[in-house]
Write a protein that binds this ligand. Structure first.
Ligand SMILES: NC(=O)N[C@@H](CC(=O)O)C(=O)O
Ligand SMILES: [Zn+2]
Ligand SMILES: [Zn+2]
Length: 432
């Protein structure tokens, strides 16, 4: 069946906005035409002049199923993603059991298909049970549908293990995605080294714990030729290393989270674990370095690291609560309001870092509005201002430091392969 989204503001090649109609046939964009061109047949959706962009892509998320369904399920996580404007998400393997077998990869894909909301791409673990020892069966995991290997949640502590993993992955044209953290430099610290840790008598996580792994892994990527992707970059030092590696042609890519672009340890209001995440909020200098790197392309994409935890778990306090904050439902409004509306970043670049760039890096058939592309679309209201209210989240997780922030740029409709998978009731003329 045909669907026509009329009266949409679409970014053109120069980064300007043009009024267009997008015609969808059988889940694919068949044409993008001038808005006044008559298009026959099909359901018509009036976008009301709102911004229409490719469905957002999030290459780093935690859906918690199997094993931690009290935090999130593939269904609730998918719904939260759709509400946040995402149509493709890649989920981390720190489930229970760990996603270290083809059976779990298949389970995740089946559950995602049942939920039927967004495309869920599973990562598989590098090591069995993410214990840092024996490698998983890369070939079997790839055959089951894993899109890359990572032990996210924990760093691979031994260089030889990482090198073996990279060599194996390179041979099968698969990326290695790394949570960079040297445990010997962390030992029980809940926040970054700095004024907040000192003030509250807490141990601090130093910047080197991240950057040492980044440096080590860049050298191993050079030696093995693998595509190496750095998770949630948060330090000036890691960025320096990635920038240099890119300059000399090593196949390294990287990602950053909105919270590391918006918050520093100086902003943490007190011992509230909704401000506890890994990597931790670092110094203002680190934040500035992350912003610069996102703008100049050293950092390729924005990811949320959506990491839901229950209220009970987060109530254990700064020292004992688990690391992680939710991200799907605030990412675009945060980035739009704090970077685009303030003139620090163009709308076109923000959209690119959340769509075309992740698609390019991970070779996904997504991320662009063009005839022949899957009709993955997000409609965004750039004008209405709304407060972040965790009680309204579709996610089971309420753990966010952004409660009460007044933001613009809220998604109002998400379309996955031509199907409306989420919409704000206010969007006129919509039915599911
Ligand atoms: N980011 C986090 O603070 N937590 C993640 C793990 C991770 O991304 O390293 C989680 O699984 O909760
Ligand atoms: Zn991580
Ligand atoms: Zn993560």
């Amino acid at each position: 069946m045909n669907v026509i989204i009329k009266n949409a503001s679409v970014l053109n090649a120069e980064g300007g906005l043009e009024r267009k109609a997008v015609v969808i046939e059988n889940g694919t964009i068949s044409s993008i035409v001038d808005d006044n061109e008559a298009v026959q047949g099909g359901e018509v959706i009036d976008a009301g002049g709102k911004l229409l962009i490719p469905g957002l892509i999030d290459m780093h998320v935690h859906l918690r199923e199997p094993g931690f369904e009290h935090k999130e399920t593939i269904e609730t996580g998918s719904r939260s993603a759709a509400k946040g404007g995402y149509t493709t998400i890649a989920c981390m393997p720190n489930t229970k059991p760990v996603t270290d077998s083809p059976e779990i990869v298949t389970f995740i894909k089946d559950k995602a298909r049942e939920a039927g909301l967004v495309k869920v791409l599973p990562y598989a673990a590098i090591t069995k049970e993410q214990k840092g020892g024996e490698l998983t069966d890369f070939a079997a995991l790839k055959a089951a549908g894993a899109i890359g290997f990572t032990d996210d949640g924990v760093g691979v502590q031994t260089a030889q293990t990482m090198k073996d993993a990279m060599a194996l992955a390179a041979g099968m044209n698969m990326p290695v995605i790394a949570h960079c953290e040297d445990n010997s430099l962390v030992v029980g610290a809940p926040v970054a080294e700095g004024s907040f840790a000192r003030k509250h008598g807490l141990k601090g996580i130093p910047n080197e714990s991240e950057a040492i792994h980044v440096g080590r892994d860049i050298l191993l990527a050079e030696a093995t030729g693998v595509h190496y992707h750095v998770c949630h970059v948060s330090t000036e030092q890691s960025i320096r290393l990635i920038r240099q590696a890119k300059q000399i042609g090593i196949k390294v890519t990287s990602e950053v989270c909105p919270h590391h672009l918006l918050l520093s340890e100086e902003d943490i209001p007190g011992l509230d674990a909704n401000w506890k995440m890994n990597p931790p909020l670092r110094s203002r200098r680190d934040v500035e370095a992350c912003i610069e790197a996102l703008l100049d392309g050293t950092i390729d994409m924005i990811v949320t690291d959506h990491a839901p935890h229950s209220a009970e778990e987060k109530a254990k306090g700064m020292q004992l609560a688990p690391f992680g904050i939710v991200g799907f439902e605030t990412a675009f409004p945060l980035m739009y309001t704090k970077f685009v509306a303030t003139g620090q970043m163009s709308l076109a670049l923000l959209v690119q870092r959340m769509t075309a760039d992740p698609a390019r890096v991970f070779a996904l058939n997504a991320g662009e509005l063009k005839p022949g592309a899957p009709a993955d679309l997000t409609l965004i209201d750039l004008d209405a201002e709304k407060e972040v209210d965790p009680e309204s989240f579709a996610s089971k997780g309420r753990n966010t430091p952004f409660t009460g922030w007044k933001l613009k740029g809220w998604p109002v409709m998400t379309v996955n392969e031509g199907r409306i998978v989420w919409s704000e009731e206010a969007v006129a003329g919509l039915k599911d």
